[in-house]
Design a protein around this ligand. Structure first.
Ligand code: SF4
Ligand code: SF4
Length: 469
């Protein structure tokens, strides 16, 4: 009977719950090359993006505490957070779709955890400690001068990279001016930022120095979701057991061509490069992050033994089981349609939003105010948010045009600075003979720099309010 005991626990958890350390070799091959290109692009994006500015403002800012968000130059106000909700929804559906169709390619190719662990820190570790065999020997031997020096050097390099990365990460949330100002002032007045930098640096050192691949296997919620999102048609890194089994040994190629032996020579190269320590020949497993390192390792072996590449490849379980080309299933099409609709709606909201948004409310606790001139007025609160990048001259009109509007201070217009908000009061004054009612709807039109931007409906209290009082 097939031995499935490997599915009972993580590879990195040995007998008695002890941690099994993974000493992975660095892979080489076309997938690794492409993966490095993607990683360099994403790292450059991560390092440069928070420092870019557009018209004096960060290009991207996610300041949660001050509720200020800038997405590629577009300022998102607290009033617009429903757009962020739609954006988040589109993002989640996008991730689901991506996973259903492409499996865990995100984990192996784009996730910051994997990029830093496999492309940055494992490489540095190999430079400092040597090959996986030497790393194992170094780990198991008692502390001596050489080990102390290597450990110290490795720690300093890890710490420096992590500390710089955490600082760079903070810029996404607070902006570089705030970070530089905090360093200039020695963090007096910025205790929360200091706490953020210390906590995240400690967490980063813990993860990359010790916890490593367990982050993906044990903590990451996206990793846990795979079980429900993947199906037999999802693309995964898979071993072609129909072609590979029964496994041979490292025999000359002519012997492996015997019909009784499959193409796998049981060299375990695929296991040696796996950053999570698993054997992909056991089938899709929780720990596999689809990094494709085992594909490169196996292709190199296939080249050496003069057999076709692709014994391990990106394909679906159904494709391997039935020996047919991979096809998209109906779930992928359904999610794609939903994703397109959500993304379209998000961009519609983003680009159709008014540059100026106003709220007009009758001042609470007031009725009308009579004048000797035979007029009455109602008092209103006006709040204007200027989301545009230029100052706006605001003027109000009432659509029935029976009265006049006087802004606080007796002025006809107010100026709202770019990307700022303003609150003020105004009177709407009408002749008494036009106000012979208890309450009526009035519509105020808000004009910004002469252009109508919004009509706001509210109520006007007339003179009948006091009849009988
Ligand atoms: S099994 Fe292959 S693809 Fe999966 S994590 Fe290991 S090396 Fe990467
Ligand atoms: S690298 Fe290829 S040939 Fe070697 S054990 Fe893995 S699957 Fe078999």
């Amino acid at each position: 009977m097939e031995d499935l005991s490997f599915r009972d626990r993580l590879y990195t958890i040995g007998e008695g719950g002890r941690r099994k350390w993974v000493f992975a070799s660095l892979p080489r091959g076309i997938f690794t090359f492409r993966r490095h290109l993607v990683a360099i692009f994403l790292l450059a994006f991560f390092l440069v993006l928070p420092h870019l500015e557009y018209r004096g403002e960060p290009l991207l800012l996610l300041n949660v505490l001050q509720r200020k968000f800038i997405l590629f130059g577009l300022v998102i106000w607290p009033q617009d957070t429903y757009m962020l909700g739609v954006g988040m929804l589109a993002f989640v559906v996008g991730i689901i779709l991506f996973t259903v169709v492409y499996g865990r390619i995100w984990c192996g190719w784009a996730c910051p955890q994997t990029i830093f662990m496999e492309i940055v820190f494992r490489r540095i570790e190999t430079w400092i400690d040597g090959s996986p065999v030497k790393q194992k020997e170094l780990r198991e031997r008692p502390m001596d001068g050489d080990k102390f020096l290597r450990r110290t050097l490795k720690f300093l390099v890890f710490f420096t990279i992590i500390f710089y990365t955490v600082n760079n990460f903070s810029v996404f949330f607070i902006g570089k001016k705030y970070l530089f100002e905090a360093y200039r002032s020695g963090f007096s007045g910025h205790p929360y930022l200091l706490a953020f930098l210390i906590v995240f640096t400690v967490v980063g050192v813990f993860i990359y120095w010790w916890f490593r691949e367990q982050t993906c296997s044990v903590i990451c919620p996206y990793g846990r979701l795979q079980g429900v999102l993947l199906d037999n048609d999802s693309l995964v890194v898979a071993y072609d057991y129909r072609r590979g089994e029964p496994r041979g040994t490292a025999l000359p190629v002519e012997k492996r061509k015997q019909p009784s032996l499959g193409d796998c020579i049981d060299c375990k190269s695929c296991v040696r490069v796996c950053p999570t320590g698993i054997d992909i020949r056991n089938g899709t497993q929780l720990e596999c992050v689809n990094c494709t390192a085992c594909i490169d390792a196996c292709d190199a072996v296939m080249d050496k033994v003069k057999l076709p590449r692709g014994l391990i490849r990106i394909t679906s379980e159904r494709s391997i089981r039935e020996g047919i080309p991979h096809r998209l299933n109906w779930r992928a099409y359904a999610y794609s349609i939903v994703l397109l609709m959500l993304a379209g709606f998000f961009f519609y909201l983003l680009f159709s939003r008014a540059p100026v948004e106003a709220t007009v409310l009758r001042t609470p606790g007031t009725i009308f105010q009579p004048y000797d001139s035979g007029h009455i007025s109602n008092l209103y609160n006006l709040r204007i948010v200027n989301k545009s990048r230029k100052d706006q001259v605001i003027r109000l009109q009432e659509l029935s045009d029976v009265g006049i509007i006087k802004l606080a201070g007796g002025v006809d217009t107010v100026v709202v600075k770019k990307e700022a908000s303003l609150e003020t009061l105004f009177f709407y004054i009408v002749p008494k003979n036009e106000a012979d009612f208890a309450s009526r709807k009035v519509i105020f039109r808000i004009l910004a720099n002469g252009q109508p931007v919004q009509d706001y409906s509210t109520t006007f209290v007339g003179i009948r309010q006091n009849v009988g009082q």
